[in-house]
Design a protein around this ligand. Structure first.
Ligand code: HEM
Length: 220
């Protein structure tokens, strides 16, 4: 990458925008999944409606592109950040040549979330294909798969841990994205910050409730 998009500011911009694409997706994904609290039929019909149109392919392509851009810019910025810090402090203060705790944890959080997403796709998107019929329409029974998966304590714990991490990642990441896009300036700084925290808490708690509900109150 060269020019503006290849510069540090450009990469931060790209990282922010690609992160916000995913932030929008996780909010929609969490909200849609809440239908599992209504009924299996409601959840399956929703999943069926989403996946039977052509729009899903566009959405998947956008998500994949955003993921690649996000990971690429994150790795690239982390590497140049570390190199810059080491150069700056190599002679002066030995103990000070450390990357800030926040940025170090962002990279670890991001890597774990990436592992989570890949494993998540294997579990659900490419998992067992049960079928059910709702109002005469044959469709995938994703609710049954979800309920089955979340009978396992290991899965539930893994999900809860990763979703807490996602909450931290989002609370810091969404705020940083707003900053990169120049929204964190002036009087509205505090408001944007609060909004990104509130958003992160809603997404994390909304998701966490799902495995816990299925673990404790499974109906089948
Ligand atoms: C309690 C938490 C979650 C549950 C129960 C859940 C459930 C599901 C299910 C059942 C599917 C399959 C949908 C289908 O194939 O039609 C799915 C797909 C997917 N999930 Fe999740 N999900 C959760 C959290 C997350 C999180 C936190 C992320 C991202 C950080 C995520 C990313 C995705 C992606 C990218 C897909 C594939 C979408 C597509 O390409 O059609 N999920 N999820």
């Amino acid at each position: 990458m060269s020019g503006f998009l290849g510069s540090t500011v450009g990469k931060k911009y790209l990282m922010g925008i690609s992160g916000l694409v995913w932030a929008g997706f996780v909010l929609a994904h969490m909200a849609g999944n809440l239908l599992i609290f209504v009924s299996h039929d409601a959840y399956n019909s929703y999943g069926h409606a989403l996946t039977s149109g052509k729009l899903i392919y566009i959405a998947e392509a956008v998500l994949l592109l955003a993921l690649i851009v996000h990971v690429y810019t994150a790795v690239s910025l982390t590497i140049s950040n570390r190199a810059a810090k080491e150069q700056k402090y190599a002679v002066a203060a030995k103990g000070a040549k450390r990357v800030s705790l926040a940025s170090r944890t962002m990279a670890v959080q991001g890597s774990l979330i990436l592992v989570f997403v890949i494993y998540h796709l294997i579990t659900f998107k490419y998992g067992t294909h049960y079928e059910t019929t709702v109002n005469g329409v044959v469709m995938r029974d994703l609710a049954r798969l979800m309920e089955e998966v979340f009978q396992s304590t290991t899965y539930v714990v893994w999900y809860v841990v990763c979703l807490i991490l996602l909450g931290f990642h989002l609370s810091h990441g969404v705020g940083s994205s707003f900053q990169s896009l120049g929204l964190m300036e002036g009087t509205y700084r505090g408001t944007w910050k609060k909004l990104s925290y509130a958003y992160a808490v809603i997404v994390a708690l909304g998701f966490i409730a799902q495995p816990l509900y299925l673990f404790f109150f499974a109906t089948n």
